[in-house]
Design a protein around this ligand. Sequence first.
Ligand code: CA
Length: 227
Amino acid sequence: MKRKLLIIEDDEQIVEAVSLAFQIRWREAEIISTRYGKKGVELVASEQPDVVVLDLGLPDTSGFDVLREIRRFSDVPIIIVTVRAEEADIIKGLEWGADDYIIKPFRQMELVARIKAQTRRPGQTEQEELASGPLHLNSTTGQLIRDNKKIDLTVTESKILGHLMRNAGHVVTHSSIAEAVWGDDYPAAAETLRVHIRRLREKIERDPSNPEFVVTRPGVGYLLSSQ
Ligand code: CA
């Protein structure tokens, strides 16, 4: 099936690098790009892309505003690509509705793997219902139920939690999670996971600062405590 990728990015070298990586690895992809945020929002509406790669520093508007605008009418997966490595920015991006983020400079294949991970849609994978204690996850739709409460997870969060649930009670390493989520381990995976886990805890834990489900094993990985 043909996939459409929209790149909202003013650095032509990045647009070229991403396009090239896609032409080599994912021939069937159609790539559209713009250097302007406002135009990017219009293109999401008119072109209905399957995934959006969004830069935060754009000439006409902030990438955060673009993100907010897009989220008003679309739940398309959005991956932020940015030089801003500060955790506060990353958290803000995820809170405002981005599905993933990647910090420049990045390896082309890492980006391709992560974009591909975001475009695996329901129907392509086997339906799977996971349960652990009070957590019930449909790993295909990303819908989680905890104590009769519905919680919506992003694609990435659902993959991370699904992997932890399949291994409940056992420590899961950073690289094992990275492989389950992005199909590949890469140097910054542990850092990236830390932010996603923090966001995941805010959604699923009763007290995110004192997690009862997703427990950190410093320097190793995470563990979903078996209830
Ligand atoms: Ca830029």
